[in-house]
Each structure stands twice: as C-alpha cells, then as structure tokens.
Design a protein around this ligand. Structure first.
Ligand SMILES: Nc1nc2c(ncn2[C@@H]2O[C@H](COP(=O)(O)OP(=O)(O)OP(=O)(O)O)[C@@H](O)[C@H]2O)c(=O)[nH]1
Ligand SMILES: [Mg+2]
Length: 350
C-alpha cells in the first residue's frame, strides 16, 4: 500500500477554512477515492480507509462524491461532513426526478473524451464544455480513435470551431506515447476527470497514464456486448503525480449548472449579441442585428444559435426545479433532526 502525503493527495490550504481547528484536525481528513453503493473508499496520509455511508436523510449535495475531501468521524467510521469543494461536476438526475447528481469534486481539469467516429457530436461537446466550465475546471477536448479515422484532422477542426480557448487534442489512446501530450494540461498533484460516452476510451487513457496494463481489468466488467465498461467512479494515481478520476459513460447529460458555464461556452455568440443595435434583440429580423449578419456572412453557424437557446431554456428549467427539490429535501432533513433531538431530550428526561 502506497502512502501519500496531504499535498500529494491534492490538499490545498483553502480546505483548512472549512475546518474548525479548535475541535477538528487535518489528521482526520481523507479524500474519497471510490464510491460504492454502501461504502466509500478514501485515502489519507494514514493510509486507505473504508467508510460507511452517511445517514439516509443527508441531502444529496452534502454526501461525498469521488474526489471530495471529508472530515472522518473516526468513532462511527463514516464521513462526518464534506469539506467545501473547490470545484464540483454535477448534472440533473435522469428522468423526472428533479434532483441533482454529483459526478466528481475538486477536479482541476476535465478531459472531454469523444471519438473520431459517430460518437462525435457538437451539441454534446457544448454540453460537456458548459459542465466543466461551470464547475470552474479547465476543459480539454480529447478526440480518440484518430488511428481508425481517415479524417481525424477534420474532426479536430470542427471541435476547435466551438471550443473557444479549450485545447483540442487528437490521439490514438492505445498508443501510450501519444497520450503524454495530454499531461501538459494537468499540473503537479492536480486531479483530472475523464468525461464522455461509453466506449470512447476513457479507461484506456487512464490505464496508460497511470501505468496500468490491460490486465487490470478486474475493476471493469463486461457489458452485454462483451465490452469492458466502467461501472463505478474511482480515482487513480498518475505516473506523473496527480490523479485521474474514471467515470462511467454518460448517456444523458442534463445540465444542472448555472448560466455561467453556458455563457463562457458560447462567449463568441454573446459577444456578437452585444453588438446588436437593440439591447433586447431577438436575432430574428431586427435591423442592426450582429448575430444575423454573422450568420449571413457564414461566420456563425445558425445551428449554434439554436443550440444555445435550447440549453439556456433547459438550464433555466432545471435550475428552478432543482432549487425547489433542494428546499424540500433540506426541509425534510431539518424535520428529521428536530424529531431526533426531541426524542433525545425526552429520553434524557425519562
Ligand atoms: N483503435 C483504437 N481503439 C481505441 C482507442 N481508444 C479506445 N479504444 C478501444 O475502445 C474500446 C473502449 O475503450 P474504453 O477505454 O473501455 O472506453 P470507456 O470510455 O472507458 O467506456 P465506458 O467505461 O463504457 O464508459 C476498447 O476496446 C479500447 O481498446 C483509440 O484511440 N484507438
Ligand atoms: Mg471505462
């Protein structure tokens, strides 16, 4: 078992601010390295820990996700609470459940992985870019399977058109030497997360960067098609130092974030809207519309405007419903706590 120092585990002085140092000690903190149905794995300078889940009434956002730093309740062997996150990847849970689903926390760089084939999809890349930027992490678009495509450079060019200042790299993920260039985007003791659809090569990249051979397939399971598909969320040490969080492929990515991530993803478009003659321009047929002019001259793809509007509406809707759900949950958790403390007081009296 390798023991890592706090610094190697990605600890930042900012986490100290969420500890009450009169009563709480840095020695009782640990970083969540894997999330299972009924246990957490965590790493600390004392070694590896296995922790029990938090009480069932803990609101989703207050429960640890992979990459989180927690204060450990050593007596109960479970996280007492999550330390304030530097960054958080989250999405709206699938289906009609208006709750948020945490993906990973304290991530510095988000590798948005897609392949140079049918998986490549601009609207999806824009969603991921919004998610990573909204979290406050640094996005990198990684296009795999360049070795199988004749026109990998075209895929990269299309991605660059919507990427803004986000780097776009094309790779053959099965060629470890080609992946070294990706590490230029991750600093010492930083954490990266691998996001993208199933089968695009996230685990292949992780295995190469962490020096694992393909033989390390015990953590992967075969899906119905006989592929190794990642089921859980886990954090792995990179050979260059730092950490990579491997995530299962996401079929749906409903944005739960704020408008901020969206605004930086569509910064080019928003800049144009500021040049419109009317501040409330709808970019329909108003005179002096800079957006229409850019579409007419071929500088802006009209589909991008349509996608922006769709995501903007989606975020507005999701923000409102998640907010409502959160209030309900918090109200419920508060009620449970009140009942528990009343019971406790009653027991003490009798
Ligand atoms: N030729 C080639 N094959 C690749 C490349 N990247 C990944 N593969 C193959 O694609 C398959 C899927 O790769 P994985 O790394 O398991 O994909 P994943 O993104 O982790 O998939 P999930 O865990 O299901 O989300 C494997 O057979 C890889 O060997 C690449 O750049 N070129
Ligand atoms: Mg995988």
């Amino acid at each position: 078992m390798t023991i890592y120092s706090l610094e190697e585990l990605g600890w930042r002085p900012a986490f100290l601010q969420s500890l009450d140092l009169d009563r709480e000690s840095v020695d009782d903190t640990a970083r969540i390295s894997a999330v299972h149905r009924d246990t957490y794995e965590a790493l600390s300078p004392q070694g590896e820990l296995r922790l029990r889940p938090m009480p069932a009434d803990t609101p989703v956002e207050d429960r640890p996700t992979v990459g989180d730093w927690v204060l450990v309740d050593t007596a109960l062997e479970r996280p007492a609470r999550v330390l304030d996150r530097q960054t958080l990847f989250a999405r709206k849970a699938a289906g009609h459940d208006h709750s948020i689903q945490l993906i990973a926390a304290n991530v510095d760089a988000g590798f948005i992985v897609s392949s140079c084939n049918d998986d490549f999809n601009l609207p999806r890349l824009e969603r991921y870019l919004s998610l990573v930027r909204d979290a406050g992490a640094f996005p990198v678009i990684v296009l795999t399977k360049a070795d199988l495509a004749e026109d990998a450079a075209d895929f990269a060019a299309r991605a660059r058109k919507i990427a803004g200042d986000c780097p776009v790299e094309t790779v053959n993920a099965r060629e470890p030497a080609e992946l070294e260039k990706l590490m230029a985007w991750v600093g010492k003791n930083q954490t990266l997360a691998l996001l993208g659809s199933s089968g695009v090569g996230k685990t292949t990249i992780l295995n190469a960067l962490s020096g694992k051979s393909e033989a390390v397939s015990s953590i992967r399971e075969d899906d119905a098609k006989g592929r190794h598909t990642t089921r859980g969320r886990s954090m792995h040490r990179l050979t260059s130092g730092g950490w990579a969080i491997d995530l299962p492929g996401m079929r749906e990515l409903a944005l739960a974030g704020t408008q901020e991530g969206l605004e930086s993803t569509f910064g080019d478009l928003l800049e144009l809207t500021r040049e419109c003659r009317f501040s409330d321009c709808q970019h329909a047929r108003e005179p002096g519309c800079a957006v229409r002019a850019a579409i007419d001259s071929g500088d802006l793809d009209e589909a991008r405007l349509v996608r922006f509007r769709k995501l903007e509406r989606e975020i507005e809707r999701n923000e409102a419903s998640i907010h409502e759900q959160r209030n309900k949950q918090r109200g419920f958790a508060k009620m449970v706590k009140q009942v528990q403390s009343q019971r406790w007081a009653h027991r003490k009296r009798t």
